[in-house]
Design a protein around this ligand. Structure first.
Ligand SMILES: Nc1ncnc2c1ncn2[C@@H]1O[C@H](COP(=O)(O)OP(=O)(O)O)[C@@H](O)[C@H]1O
Ligand SMILES: [Mg+2]
Length: 124
């Protein structure tokens, strides 16, 4: 499962991932991967990888960093700033766009694959 998180700096992308991990029972500190590029989490049999590609300046850096193997059938990849990783990044199952609206946030979620649609359907 690949989830793209789009939105300006401060839109709430990291906060949303933190909330998701907390809801899954992760109690350890959830740091922003701004400097490490990726923070890994294991929840039961799930491997969750939280990426932040904000600091990428060239789109081929994603391939060079060797992140391809993180995107596999056993993993959930949550990606902040996917647009900075260039065209090699696997396509998303879910696309999340966040915008600041006063003191609140507006969130738009779209499903781009059947797996993504199954996820969205379960929210209803
Ligand atoms: N839904 C929200 N309502 C109010 N404040 C929020 C919300 N989501 C995030 N924030 C605050 O906004 C700031 C930036 O959030 P962050 O998740 O780091 O943004 P991003 O990862 O998109 O750059 C943080 O101080 C956070 O506490
Ligand atoms: Mg962030």
């Amino acid at each position: 499962m690949v989830i793209y998180l789009r939105g300006d700096l401060g839109a709430g992308k990291t906060t949303l991932v933190r909330g998701l991990l907390r809801a899954l029972g992760v109690t350890e500190r959830v740091k922003s991967p701004t400097y490490t590029l990726v923070e890994p989490y294991v929840v039961s049999k799930l491997y969750l990888y939280h990426f932040d590609f904000y600091r990428f300046s060239r789109s081929d850096e994603w391939m060079e960093a060797g992140f391809r193997d993180y995107f596999n059938r056993e993993s959930v990849c949550l990606v902040e700033w996917p647009e900075k990783a260039g065209g090699q990044l696997p396509a998303p199952d879910l696309g999340i766009v966040m915008e600041v609206d006063g003191n609140a946030r507006r969130i738009t979620v779209s499903a781009d694959t059947e797996a993504g649609q199954t996820c969205l359907a379960r929210l209803h």
